[in-house]
Design a protein around this ligand. Structure first.
Ligand SMILES: [Zn+2]
Length: 465
């Protein structure tokens, strides 16, 4: 992040360097042991403006986030935090989940739920919030939305969509864009020699028009009064579905050829590119037909675990404004009988996903405490189950908790994770709601609150009918 452009940068590095500001804007720390993160300088508190602590005076006694964590209990030092920070800051910090086993701190990309940077979320950030608010869109915003919808709904590979989206956003390192960023380049178009090579030029370049002619795609070109987005919106409106597909793949293929020409001095005719586009589309469609998955048979009720196993269902109720979470866990045996249940009210969580991760962790802990060794753990939050089944970890705020859950698995003879639809997780859901009545965590052995017992009974009856 602190690198400079240097005096003889490569073409790729020039392009990466140009988007550096964007990456910096979207990155923050996720806390593991807190030893790498500076309390006062780093971006680490989700929910605060820019993710940073802003105070009138800095306490020099505390520098690292690790100083705010009680190493023994792996909890926040709430008294210290309340002393050092404003009420709002303290509330946000206390919501950050701490795994029981400390891991290293890591960087998170804040604009994607996986925490990993991708082009699409990068552009969300660049475009600002206006594209996503549906009320009172201006004409121009409507055009923008129509154009993006046409690109994202077109059945073509996502790498093609991403390149086209970058074109529309003018975020392609064309010669002109590099020149504007003061990268020394020749601004002539590599395909037709006219100048300068802007994004708009690439779409209007003679080379691409020849490609499109061969593909029988007829474009109307931009008139003087039209704005770029208005022109594109109108264009997509007039093109048939097939022509839209060919147009987008042709843009991608032509830009790819242009880069090949830049790096390897490749030499191809518009006819060759058109031929490639045609075959690329038909190949993609063949593969899509093969891959088209048959609808899976739906499981339509809570299912008991196999003999000698128990199943733990978990759920979290999460209030988006207060971020107050209540967790429900219910453990049942092969006959659908309740073995144990737990409710954990008044927890703080950054997001629903973190709430669900904490909920799953509590489920695993409870089965462990009750000494079950063959266990299925089931929830209705797909992302969490996917993360538990994935061989590696992502960089999202729930990641420390996911890592902790995985570390528990050594204590079991068998521990597996399943996803079900919400309707089939009713008992845990009822408990997550019911638990809000209490102030502190409660555990029930071989029973549960009446409302939850009723749901469990229904599950049992449906099973045998
Ligand atoms: Zn050109």
């Amino acid at each position: 992040m602190h690198a400079t452009l240097g005096c003889n940068p490569s073409y790729t590095w020039k392009s990466i360097w140009a988007s550096r500001g964007l990456i910096e804007k979207g990155i923050s720390w996720t806390i593991g042991d807190g030893r790498s993160v500076n309390i006062w300088n780093d971006v680490w508190v989700p929910g605060l403006p820019n993710g940073r602590i802003v105070v009138d005076s800095i306490s020099t006694q505390f520098s690292w986030v690790a100083d705010l964590i009680d190493e023994q209990g792996r909890t926040w030092k709430e008294d210290v935090i309340r002393l050092l920070f404003t009420h709002d800051q303290a509330e946000q910090i206390l919501k950050i989940p701490l795994a029981e086993v400390p891991i290293l701190d890591f960087y998170t990309w804040r604009y994607d739920t996986s925490g990993i940077y991708n082009v699409k979320s990068g552009y969300k950030l660049l475009m600002g919030p206006e594209y996503f608010s549906s009320t009172e869109l201006s004409d121009l915003q409507k055009c923008k939305k129509r154009v993006f919808d046409s690109v994202w709904s077109c059945p073509i590979p996502s790498k093609v969509q991403i390149t086209c989206w970058k074109f529309i956003k003018n975020y392609i390192p064309t010669a002109l864009n590099l020149a504007i960023r003061r990268v020394p380049v020749n601004t002539d178009c590599l395909l037709c020699d006219s100048s300068p090579e802007s994004v708009q030029h690439v779409l209007e370049c003679n080379f691409l028009s020849h490609v499109l002619q061969v593909l029988h795609v007829n474009l109307t070109y931009m008139t003087g009064e039209q704005q770029w987005l208005q022109w594109l919106a109108q264009l997509f409106e007039n093109l048939s579905a097939e022509s839209t597909k060919r147009f987008l793949v042709a843009i991608w293929a032509t830009w790819g050829y242009r880069n090949k020409r830049f790096h390897e001095n490749a030499n191809q005719r518009p006819m060759d590119i058109a031929d490639f586009v045609f075959h690329y589309i038909s190949e993609f469609e063949d593969v899509a037909i093969i891959r088209n998955p048959k609808p899976k048979p739906k499981v339509n009720n809570w299912l008991p675990p196999p003999t000698n196993y128990v199943k733990a269902n978990f759920d979290a109720s999460f209030q988006a404004i207060t971020k107050i979470t209540c967790i429900g866990v219910i453990i049942r045996n092969e006959n659908g009988l309740i073995m144990g249940a737990g409710s954990y009210p008044n927890l703080r969580a950054l997001s629903l996903e973190v709430a669900e991760a904490l909920s799953c962790r509590n489920a695993v802990r409870l089965v462990l405490e009750l000494a079950f060794r063959r266990v299925l753990v089931e929830g209705d939050f797909l992302q969490i189950i996917n993360k538990l089944l994935a061989p590696s970890f992502d960089r999202s705020p729930s990641s420390p908790i996911i890592q902790e859950i995985k570390q528990f698995s050594g204590n079991f003879l068998s521990l597996s994770f399943l996803h079900v639809l919400r309707d089939f997780n009713k008992a845990a859901h009822a408990l997550a709601k019911d638990g809000r009545r209490f102030d502190s965590p409660r555990i029930w052995i071989e029973e549960a609150p009446t409302t939850v017992e009723a749901v469990a009974r229904e599950d049992r009856l449906n099973r045998s009918s």
